[in-house]
Unconditional design. Sequence first.
Length: 126
Amino acid sequence: MIEFLPAIALGVYNISDRTMSLANILGLPVLGKHYFNSALQPTFDLFAVNAPLLTKKTDDVPALANACAGPGSAGAVDWLYLTDASIGDGATFGGMVYRIETAGGKSSATWANSAAEFGVSYAAEY
């Protein structure tokens, strides 16, 4: 049943309220947050265990055909294999991350003329 959590999370997430998450709704602890740094590298701040991780994409596969297509039905983003992208200076914890069971996240062709910066809602298991 865990494979359905991203689709459920995408359905309940309110983009105007960044504090609302499936973890908060279910009372689960939050391990950290994921964002892109200024160099557009996927970064994971696993603050609950003091383990920052800077990553790079190593491989990807398309999401399953029956994955939740998300808002606008554009489709689910690919599953990813991310590996440590640090330079060995100890600034990040090191390791790897898998993004699986994605829901939504693909840009719609109709958004081609959107503003320079816009968001596309998605949820995934990391």
